[in-house]
Ligand binder design. Structure first.
Ligand SMILES: C[S@@+](CC[C@H](N)C(=O)[O-])C[C@H]1O[C@@H](n2cnc3c(N)ncnc32)[C@H](O)[C@@H]1O
Length: 253
C-alpha cells in the first residue's frame, strides 16, 4: 500500500474555503437561520444576556439566528477567512452589529473565563482531524468559558443510524487488520461527499463524546438527537441529516 499522509490539520480551513462551501454557507446564513431544534435547546439553556462565542460560525447562519432570537452579545469565529468575510458582508447588508473574527478553536485568542456560553454547531467540532486535536479544542473551549458556562454542540452519532451499522462493522474489520484508509487518524473518520465535494468528518459514538467532555472538566447536562427534540421538517432532514445535541457545563477542576 502506498504511504499516504494523515489528514492535514488545516483540512477544515481548505474544505470551508472552496467556492462551493462559500456559496453553501452564504446561502444558509442568508436564507436559513437556526434549526427549530437549535432554537429549542438554546432557549432552554441560555439566557438572553449571555455572552456567546459562536465557534465555526461559517458565514453566520447560527450567529444571525441567535441574534434574531434575542441574543445580542455575540462573537462569531471561524477558521475560514473567506467565510468570515461573507459573514461580515451579510452583517453589513442587514445593518446588524455582530463581531466576526478569524480564529482557530485549537488556540483561542481569548482570556480564561470570558464567555457565558460557547456554541459549535452543525458537526463543526468533528471536522477537526485527530482525537488529540479535538481534545485540545474542547480544553480551549473549557478555558474560555466562565465557571458554570455552557457548551452546546452537535455531532453525528455512529450508532444513531441503523442503516449504517453494517458499514461501521465492516470499517471496524478494516481497522483490525490495518486496511483502513491510511489518511485516517481514528476509527470513525470518514470522507463524506457534500454536493460533489469531499469533506473530512469524524463520526463519534456517544461514549467517545462523553469521555472527551468529562476529561475536560465538563458535566453533561443533556443529549438528544435532533428528531427527539422536535419533528424535523423534510427539507431540513435532507439538507443537514440527523445529528445529536450535547449540552455540557464547565465545572471546577
Ligand atoms: C459544517 S460548517 C458549519 C458552519 C455554520 N456553523 C453553519 O451551521 O452554517 C463547520 C465550520 O467549522 C469551521 N471550523 C472547522 N475547524 C475549525 C477550527 N479549528 N476553528 C474554528 N472554526 C473551525 C469550518 O471552517 C466551518 O465553517
Amino acid at each position: 500500500m502506498l504511504f499516504e499522509e494523515k489528514v492535514d490539520l488545516n483540512r477544515a480551513k481548505k474544505d470551508y474555503s472552496t467556492p462551493k462551501s462559500i456559496q453553501k454557507y452564504r446561502d444558509l446564513a442568508q436564507n436559513y437561520g437556526l434549526w427549530k431544534s437549535e432554537s429549542i435547546v438554546i432557549k432552554k439553556f441560555l439566557n438572553k444576556e449571555a455572552l456567546v462565542l459562536d465557534i465555526g460560525c461559517g458565514a453566520g447562519r447560527t450567529t444571525f439566528g441567535l441574534y434574531e432570537l434575542g441574543y445580542k452579545n455575540l462573537l462569531g469565529v471561524d477558521i475560514s477567512k473567506k467565510l468570515i468575510k461573507q459573514a461580515k458582508a451579510i452583517a453589513k447588508s442587514k445593518n446588524i452589529k455582530i463581531k466576526f473574527e478569524v480564529g482557530n478553536c485549537l488556540i483561542l485568542n481569548y482570556g480564561n473565563n470570558s464567555f457565558d456560553a460557547v456554541f459549535f454547531s452543525y458537526n463543526g467540532l468533528m471536522t477537526i482531524p485527530g482525537y488529540h486535536n479535538r481534545m485540545k479544542a474542547v480544553s480551549e473551549i473549557n478555558r474560555v468559558l466562565k465557571e458554570n458556562g455552557i457548551f452546546i454542540f452537535t455531532t453525528h452519532d455512529r450508532n444513531q443510524n441503523p442503516d449504517r451499522i453494517n458499514e461501521w462493522s465492516q470499517e471496524k474489520k478494516k481497522w483490525l487488520n490495518g486496511t483502513q484508509d491510511q489518511r485516517y487518524f481514528d476509527f470513525g473518520d470518514k470522507f463524506v461527499n457534500d454536493n460533489g465535494q469531499e469533506l473530512f468528518l469524524h463520526i463519534p459514538d456517544t461514549k467517545e463524546v462523553y469521555s472527551m467532555l468529562t476529561k475536560n472538566n465538563f458535566e453533561i447536562l443533556y443529549t438528544k438527537s435532533r428528531s427527539e427534540i422536535c419533528p424535523v421538517p423534510e427539507h431540513e432532514k435532507k439538507e443537514f441529516g440527523e445529528c445529536r445535541f450535547f449540552v455540557a457545563k464547565k465545572v471546577k477542576h
